[in-house]
Design a protein around this ligand. Structure first.
Ligand SMILES: [Fe+2]
Length: 488
């Protein structure tokens, strides 16, 4: 085992040493151990009666609390084996939790601990260090839960994927299908969802022009059980945007007017995640073009240009409203124009929809009030700049799918004299897309492992045949079996 590998291992420090001392010692021993082949660093200190092990990550010297480690134990006494769900409530563990014994084994890749409740646990060092570096890096029940890194854009062309590459067969409304939710093709679902998570939007082409097809596609994508995966709104499970607007529905969207970039429904709690907009029919080929703006990229630009403006827009909650135009609904939400992830500080959500208000609070400090309005003006200017806008045309059969928390959408005015324009849309939650991403990823990994296993078996079989032929038919085992662990 090389030193580079060693750096990733935990340091075991047995003592009442403070963290600074541990850090100093670890640096000292790291230097000493550079050319040695051992993998354990144990600083012994204190009397035998009060020896407690303290576990540190090797690179950042982050101390891992014994309770943090105890809750990562996957033994049958700690978690249900099929689901890995914990069996205990927080107050059912002994307190304080300490580490009585500790050892690194298996060439330093496995950490074995005995806790003060008498429980022995075995951990993969790599998993502990990965999870300790960030809560979002890896999970316990779902080991791989790392999202693709968002890629910000200003003028990237929107990716197009044919419907028939995604869904097995042509389906209309879910309730028409006795076999339940249509099955999908993992490789293309992975491609679609990865792009949705990195770039925020995709167009699915060649979608059959059936009523509610968009909801059926949403169901097929998420594979969530139940009547429907779509998130019902005050407009219904799906909404229709036609050149002949629904007489009962009152909204700017239900006219032929241009719509400036905006997000939908910032007045909902929670705000809807992904929108799917299906061009069931679109004879308006010269007018009514669509536009998209990456709100995260524009927020980044504002942050770089004027951090104070970014601060005020990301901290002051405004009020977003909608009453259906006739007081048939009463929806109100309070949130800032820009929301950041509390742990990463990355931009997580944009709220921008002039028709939904975004009414500012009356702030006592006149300078702060002035700054908020100036920041809002500048943010709006940036969101409407051509350099930040991607324009395209939605053809009949297209489903434009976009992250409504990130990608702002809009359209040019359309001319009703060109012909019928009928779009049908719906919303699904963000985790529907995330879940489809991981599900397809796992399926592809399983497929790859199956192929690998078959190839390996085939290779072993060839090797065995060769050995058999050399040993005149006697069976010879030529490969190692995994060594069983004796630590429970
Ligand atoms: Fe909209």
């Amino acid at each position: 085992m090389g030193y580079g590998r060693f750096q990733k291992f935990l340091l075991l420090a047995k003592s009442n040493l403070d963290s600074t001392m541990i850090a100093r010692l670890s640096k000292h021993f790291h230097k000493k151990l550079q050319k040695r082949s051992i993998s354990i660093f144990a600083a012994l200190h204190g009397s035998s009666s009060n020896k407690k092990y303290r576990i540190f990550t090797s690179d950042t010297h982050l101390e891992l609390h014994p309770q943090w480690l105890r809750e990562r134990c996957l033994s049958p006494l700690s978690v249900q084996q099929e689901t890995l769900q914990p069996l205990h409530q927080p107050h059912e563990f002994c307190w304080p939790m300490d580490i009585e014994t500790a050892a690194l084994t298996d060439d330093g890749t496995v950490l074995r601990l005995r806790f003060s409740d008498g429980h022995d646990s075995t951990f993969q060092v790599q998993d502990l260090e990965k999870e300790a570096s960030s809560l979002a890096n890896c999970g316990v029940q779902q080991k791989d839960n790392q999202m693709p890194t968002p890629i910000l854009w200003t003028d990237a062309e929107v990716m197009r994927i044919p419907y028939e590459d995604l869904v097995d067969g042509v389906h209309g409304e879910i309730q028409d299908h006795p076999d339940g939710i249509p099955s999908t093709f993992p490789s293309q679902i992975f491609k679609l969802t990865e792009r949705l998570l990195t770039h925020g939007h995709v167009i699915v082409t060649n979608t059959p022009s059936n009523n509610m097809q968009v909801a059926a596609f949403a169901q097929a994508l998420t594979q969530f059980q139940g009547f429907s995966s779509v998130r019902a709104t005050n407009w219904g499970p799906v909404f229709n945007v036609r050149s002949e607007p629904d007489a009962e529905l009152k909204d700017l969207a239900y006219t032929s007017s241009a719509l400036s970039p905006h997000v939908d429904n910032p007045y909902r709690n929670p705000n809807p995640g992904f929108q799917l907009l299906h061009a069931l029919e679109n004879k308006c080929t010269m007018t009514g073009g669509s536009l998209a703006v990456d709100g995260s990229e524009v927020a980044r630009q504002l942050r770089e240009e004027n951090p104070e403006m970014f601060r005020v827009l990301s901290t002051v909650a405004c009020r977003w409203e909608n009453d259906g135009g006739d007081k048939s609904t009463a929806l109100v939400y309070f949130g800032p124009q820009i929301s950041c992830n509390p742990t990463t500080d990355e931009v997580e959500q944009i709220r921008y929809s002039p028709k939904s208000g975004g009414y500012a609070p009356a702030i006592a400090d006149p300078d702060e009030m002035d700054l908020l309005f100036r920041a809002r003006r500048r943010f709006a200017e940036l969101l409407n700049e051509d350099k930040n806008t991607v324009r395209f045309h939605l053809n009949e059969g297209d489903i434009w799918m976009f992250n409504n928390l990130r990608v702002l959408h809009g359209r040019d005015e359309f001319d009703v004299n060109e012909g019928t324009r009928h779009f049908q849309g719906c919303y699904i939650d963000v985790d529907g897309v995330q879940s489809a991403y991981f599900r397809s990823k796992y399926l592809l990994q399983e497929e790859a492992e199956d192929v690998e296993g078959k190839e390996e078996n085939s290779s072993k079989s060839d090797k065995k045949k060769l050995i058999k032929s050399r040993s005149f038919g006697s069976s010879v085992e030529v490969w190692d079996t995994a060594r069983a662990s004796d630590f429970t």
